[in-house]
Ligand binder design. Structure first.
Ligand code: NAD
Length: 349
């Protein structure tokens, strides 16, 4: 693990992971490759630009030529693929880009990882490596929905219910196929819902915090009793790191915080913490195909020595404080100004 390619590193979880790896692994070079879609925001990483072991490259995982240059130029030996279209509501309105990025983009990345080269320092002699280490960041949504009890294990059959989760499940199948067919050293991680700093405000927790602070209505799908298993983003990052260093090749690892909460409970907690009235809650028509409950069994990963370090209460406190201290970050996104933040600064490679 010398030259790690992090794709989608300008998004929510990717930017937290990049920061974690740059700081805790000064011996590694972290190359963040991101297309900067509406969800990618370089402001998430502005403290990283002066770090010697950090590089940003603007690029699309569907662009084979660009990726090939990156692998060769930087001698990539490890890939962590976060790049994806991620919002379920958007996948219901416009599924196609979810297929091209999440499935085809993943396949292109796998293909290049499979024949990756380790380039020696002088760049003239090359030592062939049979494919670099590859980690696919997947989601518990590939398993579909649960009833009122039980939880997803790595053996639960895949039964995705939204175009988003179907595209992620397809990508997982392709990752598995590249391991079984070509021997690519892969792992797949399937994590539950994340929350924490730098999350785009179309997702539940930052949306509700922002609306509450602005005194706007808080739209809650249906009765709000959908259950999710919440994990603070930093704990997701340490889990991926653990899989990178100790994961058994070819294995899938579930990641979860044993922290099941109903959406409505979270919304009420946010209102209470911000001293706002529950009258701001507005129940709206439920999302089509909305999964009722997710819960994760992460025993297999815990056996590798990982456990979350934040309780849900600690994570929520840290998250709400971060959004209160970074209202300008939120304002720039909501105003659409952040798209100007990097324009003209970074060309396409
Ligand atoms: P995000 O939407 O915040 O970030 C996605 C990033 O990918 C953005 O920076 C975007 O610019 C980039 N991107 C999109 N298309 C690209 C392309 N074609 N080429 C290169 N870059 C591209 O997403 P997130 O919430 O940080 O999720 C990251 C990953 O983790 C995703 O794969 C997602 O499926 C998975 N995941 C997310 C959660 C969650 O709760 N957010 C839970 C489990 C798994």
């Amino acid at each position: 693990m010398e030259n790690i390619l992090v794709t989608g590193g300008a998004g929510f979880i990717g930017s937290n992971f990049v920061r974690h790896m740059v700081k805790s692994h000064p011996e590694c070079r972290v190359i963040n490759y991101d297309a900067l879609t509406y969800a990618g925001n370089l402001e998430n990483l502005k403290d990283m630009f002066e770090m010697e072991n950090y590089i940003f490259l603007k690029g699309d995982i569907r662009d084979r030529e660009s990726l090939e240059k990156v692998f060769e130029e930087y001698g990539i030996d490890t890939v962590v693929n976060f790049a994806a279209e991620t919002h379920v509501d958007r996948s219901i309105d416009e599924p196609e880009v979810f297929l091209t990025t999440n499935i085809i983009g993943t396949q292109i990345l796998l293909d290049i990882a499979k024949k990756s080269w380790k380039v020696d320092a002088d760049k003239y002699s090359r030592e062939y490596r049979p494919g670099c280490r590859y980690i696919q960041i997947s989601t518990d949504e590939v398993y579909g929905a649960l009833g009122s009890d039980g939880c997803f294990t790595e053996e639960t059959p895949l039964a995705p219910n939204s175009p988003y989760s179907a595209s992620k499940a397809s990508a997982d199948m392709m990752v598995r196929a590249y391991h079984k067919t070509y021997g690519l050293p892969v792992n797949i991680t399937r994590c539950s819902n994340n929350y924490g700093p730098y999350q785009f405000p179309e997702k539940l927790i930052p949306l509700m915090i922002n609306n509450a602070l602005e005194g706007k209505e808080l739209p809650v799908y249906g009765d709000g009793k959908q259950v999710r298993d919440w994990l603070y983003v930093e704990d997701h990052c340490t889990a991926i790191e653990q899989v990178l260093v100790a994961g058994e090749i070819g294995e899938v690892y579930n990641i979860g915080g044993n922290s099941e909460k109903e959406n409505i409970e979270i919304v009420r907690k946010i209102l209470l913490a911000l001293n706002k009235s529950e009258e701001l809650i507005k129940h709206v028509k439920d999302r089509p195909g909305h999964d009722r409950r997710y819960a994760i069994n992460s025993t297999k990963l815990r056996k590798l020595g990982w456990k979350p370090s934040y309780s849900f209460e600690e994570g929520m406190e840290a998250t709400i404080s971060w959004y209160l201290e970074n209202r300008d970050w939120m304002k720039r996104i909501v105003d659409g100004d952040y798209m100007n933040y990097y324009s003209g600064l970074y060309g396409k490679i």
